[in-house]
Design a binder for this molecule. Structure first.
Ligand code: MEV
Length: 295
């Protein structure tokens, strides 16, 4: 028995960091993929990612538990750049979990898959909100708030630009620094409310096809992220250059570099912009785990 699994990247459209503290955030899938091929094996569990053996105990023990004593070889190839805000770790962990269940011919409910992937994510990110995982599992557009069921919206895919700042950082460290800033600010509540509003308004704008409003909201969210210290001089400079060319841009994910997301998709002199589509199918749907319910 062998299986093939395909998992998209994710981009946070609105509300990163504040989502950790209970605000709403909007995440979407991105048409950039991680692929896993898995087959049963008599020699225990062997996992390889982009040509390198994965030896981490927390990964091997969870996969062993899912496989109920069966052996497996899992080979992963990823187009998703690591440490860049595009959900490389959520996609990697999701692929391992989905491949293991698929090898046994099982298709557990989304909540079970989410719980397994989160177990892996916590080892890497400390206290992740879970938004990255729903972004790659459900795909399309997901409105997420901690403690509530995620709401999936299967709306039209939108073409956006992605720009690589070339800067890389640790999500865990940035989340900790931003968390301290948010928690100790005299404006915590106001910022959390504003971030939630940007996420829900962003979703309404995509629903309505109100692209002018969407651009304004992206600009406002980038300003808020800049205030909490997760932007960088390079991101500020790129965003300013794009603004003068009619394009709004913001961090996507933890910030501190990585990729920034730009809308509308348009050429800007001197900036290398990768055309991409957000709102594509998520991993559960792509791999036959889920038929696609919608809020
Ligand atoms: C990272 O993609 C998103 C953050 O909000 C962290 C999290 O929600 O776990 C920065």
């Amino acid at each position: 028995m062998s299986v093939e699994i395909k998992v998209p990247a994710k981009a946070i459209l609105f509300g990163e960091h504040f989502v950790v503290h209970g605000s709403y955030a909007l995440v979407s899938s991105v048409d950039m993929y991680l692929y896993a091929k898995a087959q049963q094996s008599k020699k225990g569990i062997y996992i390889e990612s982009n040509g390198r053996q994965v030896k981490a105990d927390y990964v091997l023990s969870l996969i062993e538990r899912i496989l109920e004593g069966e052996g497996a070889e899992i080979y992963v190839k990823s187009e998703i750049p690591p440490g860049a805000g595009l959900g490389s770790s959520a996609a990697f962990h999701s692929a391992l979990v989905l491949a293991s269940y698929a090898l046994l011919g099982k298709r557990p409910a989304p909540d079970q898959v989410f719980a397994d992937v989160m177990e892996l994510e916590r080892h890497v990110h400390g206290n992740p909100s879970g938004i990255d995982v729903w972004g790659v599992l459900y795909g399309h557009y997901v409105l997420f708030k901690r403690g509530e069921s995620p709401r999936l919206f299967n709306l039209r895919p939108v073409r956006v630009g992605l720009v690589d700042t070339g800067e890389r950082r640790s999500t865990k460290d940035l989340v900790k620094a931003a968390s301290d800033f948010i928690a100790n600010s005299p404006h915590t509540r106001a910022m959390l409310e504003l971030s939630s509003e940007l996420a829900t308004e962003g979703l309404s704008s995509i629903r309505a096809g109100d692209w002018i409003r969407l651009r304004y909201l992206i600009r406002a969210n980038q300003s808020l992220l800049r205030i909490i210290g997760v932007s960088t001089p390079k991101i500020d400079q790129l965003a300013a250059t794009m603004e003068t060319n009619g394009v709004s841009a913001k961090i996507t994910g933890a910030g501190g570099g990585g990729y920034i997301i730009a809308f509308p998709l348009r050429c800007v002199n001197g900036i290398s912009i990768r055309a991409t589509e957000i709102g594509v199918a998520g991993a559960l749907e792509l791999n036959g785990f889920y038929t696609g319910k919608q809020s």
